[in-house]
Design a protein around this ligand. Structure first.
Ligand code: DC
Length: 226
């Protein structure tokens, strides 16, 4: 198989990272969760008192840290300068601030550079908001995952309840709508389906069904068997 880039974009809680992780494992490719990179930067900014509205300070911060991933059985850890921050980057203060951080064009430029380097010489499954439109406009396979707001909020709610966390479906619905709006209307690299991306609506599909659909699309690609 020659190098393949599988781009998976879509809104918050559309199932991207769950599906991308399984695909990467099954197809023996690396997995890059670009949302985790924006979150890692946001976490470090909050921790170090960096003003998240100040693009220059954020770019300086990017240059002073190293974001990396460590594969585990069935998942992956996110690290900054070698420290594990996998759980911290999912905190609500990080989630609330990340859209502001991700809206700065120079911040995006820097992280996009790192994302391209990660896939320079190996096949990758990369998920995010702009993978098929900006990071790899020439990706071999582009998928746009979507699901209704109600379904996405319900998935988050169930995850929280399973983890024993306090959770309000109403709050989650509001938060997802707000994040969709911010991600889709920002000036730089807004979330949108690339013209040549294949839409997979995951509403009422199981994870296994979604993985199966995407695998069929990948396996049909001429580069997969070459
Ligand atoms: O997928 P996620 O919820 O972990 O992403 C966190 C935020 O990062 C999301 O609100 C938008 C931003 N993001 C982005 O702008 N571009 C990406 N490629 C990935 C995430």
């Amino acid at each position: 198989m020659s190098i393949m880039r599988i781009a998976i974009d879509g809104p918050a809680s559309s199932g991207k990272s769950t599906v991308a992780k399984i695909l990467a494992d099954e197809l023996n490719m690396i997995y890059v969760d670009t949302g985790a990179m924006y979150r890692a930067l946001t976490y470090m900014a909050l921790k170090n008192g960096v003003d998240i509205t100040n693009q220059t300070e954020l770019v300086d911060l990017i240059h002073s840290i190293k974001i990396s991933f460590e594969r585990t059985k069935g998942g992956q850890h996110v690290k900054v300068n070698g420290d594990y921050i996998t759980e911290q980057i999912r905190r609500s203060d990080v989630t609330a601030a990340v859209s502001t951080v991700a809206a700065h064009p120079y911040v995006r430029n820097e992280l996009v550079k790192q994302q391209r380097l990660m896939a320079a010489d190996q096949s990758v499954v990369m998920d995010g908001r702009d993978i098929g439109t900006v990071v790899f406009p020439d990706a071999e396979v582009k998928i746009y995952l979507n699901a209704s707001v109600e379904e996405r909020a319900m998935r988050r709610h169930k995850e929280n309840v399973e983890k024993g966390m306090e959770s309000s479906l109403e709050e989650l619905t509001k938060e997802i709508k707000e994040r969709d709006h911010k991600d889709m209307t920002r000036k730089v690299s807004p979330l949108k389906q690339a013209e040549d991306a294949i839409l997979v609506d995951t509403t009422s599909l199981s994870i296994k069904e979604v993985v199966g659909k995407i695998k069929d699309i990948i396996i049909k690609h001429e580069k997969y068997s070459n």
